[in-house]
Design a binder for this molecule. Structure first.
Ligand SMILES: *[C@@H]1O[C@H](CO)[C@@H](O)[C@H](O)[C@H]1NC(C)=O
Length: 292
């Protein structure tokens, strides 16, 4: 009882000493700080996944007049937003690259044609002694085979984002990883000293995530920024830069340096799915045109 009245008196004397206007000002300050602080925070949240999504974002910069364009150019200014995830390897993230509906359609068309994914084999490797390295299922489909036109739109957008003509792309490889399935770390480029002479080389890989994955299933770059490159890296281990799949988002990374040699930091893998299912459409882009 005694301490309670003492506390009350203390607060009151604090108020009277400073004067009521000062107390009022202080209260207002904290109220406003809280108000704007929470506004900033909630804005951050909605920035992570802006909706609605659309594939085309044309003439967003209204005050930018398009330039006269060449025969093969476009008459509009477009923006394909991306985030640089890393320079070592060169990796970019494209939020909202495709719509949820487009992703759903691609899954639907691929689902009925899935077969166990295969590996390109090095000298001395067999299907038996490489079992377990890549445990997903997949199928190949080219844009021209997709009568809905969705893969055509996406391929066109990938070409625009990379400025590498679509004729350089392999057919889409649509992959499904179920719980426990993964792809140990590997290079997408084939080193001729390991794989023999190559007709052309994979420059870059574009991954379009078709599903959210509740847990696991990240794309990992264990050597990002030249880390873990001491020769002791266990190729099954899920470490380094990890990219969590989000439906409709794209990931682009380069396997080759500008001078055409393999970037050792482009080593990457798919962490095992822990909960949920991972679907991804991969487009490998080569240094030479591909025959259809
Ligand atoms: C190619 O470029 C990389 C990265 O800049 C460099 O480390 C490497 O020595 C170059 N290789 C050749 C053969 O020029």
């Amino acid at each position: 009882m005694k301490s309670k009245s003492k506390l009350g008196g203390g607060l009151w004397s604090f108020g009277t000493k400073l004067g009521l206007p000062a107390v009022f000002l202080l209260c207002s300050f904290f109220f406003l700080a809280g108000f704007f602080g929470s506004m900033l925070l909630s804005q951050d949240e909605s920035d992570v996944r802006p909706r609605p999504r659309s594939l085309e974002s044309v003439n967003e910069e209204k005050d930018f007049d398009p330039m006269p364009h060449g025969e093969t150019g476009k008459d509009s200014v477009m923006s394909v937003p991306f985030q640089v995830l890393s320079w070592k390897p060169r990796a970019l993230y494209f939020p909202n690259f495709a719509t949820a509906e487009q992703c759903q359609s691609i899954i639907k068309m691929a689902k009925v044609h899935l077969a166990p994914s295969t590996l390109a084999l090095r000298k001395g490797e067999t299907e038996d002694n490489t079992q377990g390295i890549r445990t997903s299922s997949g199928m190949f489909i080219s844009a021209s085979e997709d009568k809905s036109g969705i893969l055509d739109l996406i391929e066109e957008k990938i070409a625009r984002a990379t400025m590498i003509p679509r004729t350089h792309g392999e057919a889409f490889n649509v992959l499904r990883y179920e719980v426990g399935q993964k792809y140990n770390s590997h290079y997408d480029a084939f080193n001729p000293t390991e794989y023999g002479p190559q007709k052309s080389h994979r420059i870059a890989s574009f991954l379009l995530y078709l599903s959210d994955v509740e847990q696991g299933g990240e794309t990992m770059f264990p050597f990002e920024n030249r880390l873990n490159m001491n020769g002791n890296y266990d190729y099954q281990k899920c470490i380094g830069l990890k990219v969590k799949p989000r439906r409709g988002d794209g990931l682009l990374f380069y396997s080759l340096f500008p001078n055409g040699t393999i970037d050792p930091t482009s080593l990457h893998g798919s962490c095992p799915v822990i909960t949920g299912e991972k679907w991804v459409a991969t487009k490998w882009i080569r240094d030479e045109e591909q025959d259809e």
